[in-house]
Write a protein that binds this ligand. Structure first.
Ligand SMILES: [Zn+2]
Length: 394
């Protein structure tokens, strides 16, 4: 931005610096919004939300520049809008999925950094699922119909699991399509469609139901209409539907659907499998330290037991190899897999509570997010901090 002083408008330099900063700091999201008289830029790096810059910029000029870069009209509509920014840096083209949101103080923009690693689909076997979880997902993917729900918060690797699942399907024998917000990179043999908003998504889903498509991936299952359409595709139209959902764990996904107002029998009969997941930070093997924690609750602890087993794990320290963080850039997957057995299906239909569903799923050998994560903490792959921060209590 210093190479051409006086010629470049301040908002251009400001935004370029934000985009470059996000790339160099390995941010997943950039938030740009007015704060008092300044325009603030914040990055999401891992689970951390940190300020990158706050400057007295002209918010209107910044947002107009962003809209132009994202290929949107300069006049904001009443609702949110989506676009994609392509940005050249260091000889590479970086893409940012850009959402413009109206607010009372002026527009806010949230940019998701689209990573090249996402463009290189991985094999299902490489993701780190437990053997029984992998076997369950693989056998469910062989079904001709039903809904597979992949759930977790943003950044829990849902797309990676979805693409790996699609790659496992014999695309020579079954026709596969996706409906995504931004279709990143190539997934060979898959017909990919981009839906800017919910209306577009629903229209595409309706169209796919009538066409000769066998398997559909619906990214981000939100709202009653999309969910009803996905279930209807899975039940009446005999499609295998894979959908990602922002939900805490497997039983919470069931509650979410029922709370939306969807008939429990529809949820019970449509869903084949719910898989919840998280990505936890991996400890740096160079500097991690043994730590034995007394009194840590573990799934093995019996209620009323006074002396829980000491929990041997590792703690993060920090060294040159990990830039003082104590963790590497790697993430490890933890998941819980809840296939709908006849009994679970019946419980869902009877509006059983989350705790009843959870108890039945565990009875049927479901490894929970928390217990899989604790297993990884025991092995020194991650820390108890990561476990408690990212997995729901039991
Ligand atoms: Zn280290």
């Amino acid at each position: 931005m210093d190479h051409n002083p006086g010629k470049e408008a301040p908002e251009v330099a400001f935004l370029e610096s934000a985009l470059r900063g996000a790339i160099s700091q390995d941010a997943s999201h950039i938030h740009i919004e007015p704060v008092d008289d300044d325009v603030a830029v914040r990055f999401r790096v891992g689970r951390e939300y940190r300020e990158f810059a706050s400057e007295p910029q002209d918010i209107l000029a910044v947002m107009t520049r962003l809209r132009t870069l994202a290929g949107l009209g300069v006049v904001p509509p009443l609702g949110p809008e989506w676009g994609v920014i392509e940005f050249e840096n260091g000889g590479k083209t970086h893409r940012f999925a850009t959402q413009m949101l109206p607010s009372v103080t002026g527009e806010k923009a949230i940019l998701q950094v689209l990573r090249e690693t996402h463009m290189d689909p991985r094999r299902l076997d490489e993701l780190g699922m437990l053997d029984n979880q992998l076997a369950t997902l693989k056998s469910t993917l062989k079904r001709r119909s039903g809904l597979i729900v992949l759930c977790g918060p943003a950044g829990s690797g849902l797309d990676t699991t979805a693409y790996a699942s699609l790659l496992l399907i014999d695309r020579g024998a079954r026709s596969v399509a996706t409906i995504e917000r931004v279709a990143q990179g190539q997934v060979p043999g898959v017909h990919r469609m981009e839906a800017g908003d919910v209306d577009e998504k629903n229209a595409m889903l309706r169209a796919l139901m009538r066409t000769d498509t066998d398997v559909v991936y619906v990214q981000d299952l939100t709202g009653v209409e999309t969910t009803t359409l996905a279930l209807s595709a899975a039940i009446e139209h005999q499609k295998l539907v894979i959908a990602s959902l922002h939900s805490s764990n497997a039983v919470a996904a069931v509650t979410h659907f029922v709370n939306l107002g969807i008939e429990p029998w529809l949820v019970g009969s449509g869903i084949a499998l719910i898989q919840a997941q998280r990505l936890l930070r991996c400890l740096c093997a160079e500097c991690r330290e043994h730590a034995v924690i007394l009194g840590t609750p573990t799934p093995d602890d019996q209620p009323g037991r006074n002396t829980p087993e000491p929990f041997a794990s590792h703690r993060a320290v920090g060294c040159d190899a990990c830039h003082g963080l104590g963790y590497t850039d790697e993430r490890v997957l933890v998941c819980e897999s809840m296939p709908f057995s006849d009994h679970l299906q019946q419980l869902v239909t009877e509006r059983a509570s989350e705790s009843e569903l959870q108890a039945e799923a565990v009875q049927e050998c479901m490894t929970t997010l928390r217990s899989m994560a604790l297993g990884l903490a025991r092995k020194g792959v991650t820390t108890l901090n990561e476990v408690y921060l990212h997995t729901p209590p039991e």
